[in-house]
Design a protein around this ligand. Structure first.
Ligand code: PMP
Length: 359
């Protein structure tokens, strides 16, 4: 393998519930996993029905162009289907960006503490990552604009960011777009955008008309509750979408996933319920962190990152009580733990376990 492949450190996913259940000798149902920012409600009823209906056709290849899902996205967001690229999760969209626009001799800019897949995708194609120092654990857009060099072709921005939950306003992002050279693609990763408070929302898709170098990336893994099915999408200028489609696997999204995503997209009630559960759970957990005297980073997503101090010890104590959260030492935040917002009773289990861990 080339040296740039050998230099990659693998992505560290959350510990699977089955693994901890086996270690503890208890059934999986006894484990609370709040580690991967999934929707604690699971899949919505409409998506579930669509999955069952799609199973009968799944001996055949899926529609490689995802016509029905792209049409549904096109209607929902008022964008031309030619602007849409479907991915096997939005991770796939990020990788397609790297494959289409990066390579040896090119660089990509991203922030410290930003989503871990950016450096992975960049390094996997032999390009150079330029990591920019963070500002209050979030993106420093001024510094990111200044970090762009002549061989830079991509800038990654996560808004809200994972794992810090930090948020940039629409005005700040628009001002950034105006500063970026036209030959640099700005990837605006909005994996958690459905969780935003309505007062903070901004219309990134409207910017596409002025910025042919913008790609908005979104996913069905978080608020839509389809993490296990793997569907994400990018929306960009048709030429950008075309280049990404050239390097895409022909059948990168399964037929079951396509059907589920299309159904989930129309399930406004499920999205609204998801937002309510998240808002309440966020209060439940941050109230407890305040009571316990722990520092946390205000989060616009469905998770919150808090300072645990000796996080290895706290994490081990949580695991012993059957609670899985996410250590983020690999993000360069060894004292912090990230907890995903769960159902009220799951949050309560986490809070009780944390109290005991701190004792
Ligand atoms: N972007 C961000 C910021 C994320 O946190 C995640 C999930 N951890 C993703 C993209 C990718 O998620 P998926 O591939 O499931 O769409």
């Amino acid at each position: 393998a080339p040296d740039y492949i050998r230099a990659i450190s693998p992505y560290q996913p959350g510990k699977p519930t089955s693994e901890l259940a086996r270690e503890m000798g208890i059934p999986e149902a006894g484990i609370v996993k709040l580690a991967s920012n999934e929707n604690p409600l699971g899949m919505g009823a409409r998506a579930r029905e669509a999955v069952v209906a799609a199973l009968s056709g799944s001996a055949r290849y899926p529609d490689g162009n995802g016509f029905a899902l792209k049409s549904a996205l096109s209607r929902r967001f008022h964008v031309d289907p030619e602007r849409i690229v479907l991915g096997n999760g939005s991770n796939d969209v990020l990788e397609l960006v790297a494959r289409a626009f990066l390579g040896p001799g090119r660089s990509a800019v991203f922030s410290r503490y930003a989503f871990a897949v950016y450096p992975l995708a960049v390094n996997a194609v032999g390009a150079r990552g330029i990591e920019v120092a963070a500002k209050a654990y979030g993106h420093d857009l001024k510094a990111m604009a200044a970090a762009i060099v002549p061989d830079t072709r991509v800038v990654f921005i996560a808004n809200p960011n994972n794992p810090t939950g930090t948020f940039l306003s629409g005005e700040d992002i628009e001002a950034f777009l105006a500063q970026v050279p036209a030959d640099v693609l700005v990837v605006l990763d909005e994996a958690y955008t459905e969780y935003l408070d309505p007062a903070r929302r901004y219309d990134s898709l409207a910017w596409l008309a002025h910025y042919p170098n913008l790609l908005v990336s979104r996913t069905f893994s978080k608020a839509y509750g389809l993490a296990g099915l793997r569907v994400g999408y990018g929306i960009a200028h048709p030429d950008v979408a075309d280049l990404m489609n050239r390097v895409r696997q022909p059948f990168n999204v399964s037929s079951v996933a396509l059907a589920a995503a299309e159904a989930a997209l129309g399930d406004e009630e499920f999205l609204a319920q998801t937002a309510r559960i998240n808002e309440r759970g966020m209060m439940q957990i941050t109230d407890a962190l305040r009571r316990l005297g722990l520092e946390w980073i205000p989060s616009a997503g469905n998770f919150v990152t808090f300072k645990a101090g000796d996080s290895a010890r706290i994490n081990a104590a949580l695991l012993r009580q059957g609670v899985i959260v996410r250590p983020i030492g690999s993000y360069g935040m060894p004292e912090w733990l990230r907890v995903s917002i769960g159902l009220p009773e799951e949050n309560a289990r986490f809070i009780a376990a944390l109290e005991q861990a701190l004792d």
